[in-house]
Design a protein around this ligand. Structure first.
Ligand code: SAM
Length: 257
């Protein structure tokens, strides 16, 4: 199933992408997984990226297995066993787990519901499955744009990107809102929280979306997007004159009885 992930963590842009995610989301993620982050807990971190959550868990005395398709940035992590592994191929050894966490991973998988059930089945009694997912405001609401015509460019390229890289072609931006129901089908004490703030050009969220847009640009060009549109689209995310409701982050967890 490798090939369904449209980005590449083992690249400079991929590293920047995961570092910006860490900057935006590590704090709420710590709150999400904190109840299970105990000394001696067996933890599985899926799609570990640059490893900040795996490191945080290990620093709390947990024993951590961290897996990713690309493990290039998962170095210098005492207490963490790093495995190059595609989660579509099943749960890696080391379980049953007291905590399984994945952030911005299952939304990229075509078999995300199946994988979620497998992960729930790999929990120890009392173990927690915790997922963070990225969703979009639908439609996004532009609050301020630097130039006339920017809103049209933004919506046009966004439409092209969604068509090229979401649904049957990759990511789901609805999945985050569906996770709670899937967790409730098999786990107890299911909780979900939604977090969002406006994207302001040049902010961490702005730089994150700029990074994604740059990574996806060659694919969009190949599918016929106009180069001038793409350049303007990318630059909006770095311009403090651009503000819009764009990303939402959904954090969910459930516990095995
Ligand atoms: C958007 S990044 C998120 C990284 C990290 N979880 C974070 O939030 O900072 C998604 C990560 O999942 C990894 N990934 C994607 N598909 C995967 C799969 N099928 N199995 C394992 N890892 C996967 C990617 O290589 C990438 O590092």
């Amino acid at each position: 199933m490798t090939g369904e992930y449209h980005f590449r963590t083992a690249s400079d842009l991929g590293r920047e992408q995961t570092e910006l995610l860490q900057e935006m989301l590590d704090e709420p993620t710590h709150r999400l997984v904190e109840p299970a982050a105990r000394p001696g807990a067996r933890c599985l971190e899926i799609g570990a990226g640059s490893g900040s959550i795996a490191r945080w868990l290990a620093e709390r005395g947990a024993s951590v297995v961290a897996v990713d398709l690309d493990t290039e940035h998962l170095t210098g992590l005492p207490g963490v066993t790093v495995l190059q592994h595609d989660i579509n191929d099943g749960v890696p050894p080391g379980g049953p787990f007291d905590l399984i966490h994945a952030r911005a991973v299952l939304m990229h998988l075509q078999r995300r519901e199946h994988v979620l059930r497998e992960l729930a089945g790999a929990l120890a009694p009392g173990g927690m499955l915790a997922l963070g997912e990225v969703a979009l405001h639908n439609p996004p609401r532009v609050l301020a744009a630097p130039e006339p015509g920017d809103v049209e460019v933004f919506l046009r390229v966004l439409g092209q990107a969604k068509e090229a890289f979401s649904g049957a072609n990759g990511m789901s931006f609805d999945w985050g809102f569906e996770v709670d129901g899937h967790l409730a089908a098999g786990l107890a004490d299911v909780r979900s929280r939604l977090f969002s703030e406006p994207l302001v050009g040049g902010s961490t969220q702005g730089r994150y979306v700029h990074n994604l847009a740059v990574q996806l640009s060659p694919g969009l060009l190949a599918r016929g997007a106009a180069e001038a549109d793409l350049d303007r689209f990318c630059s909006l995310f770095l311009d403090p004159g651009f503000r819009c409701w764009y990303l939402q982050f959904v954090f969910s967890s459930g516990v095995r009885n």
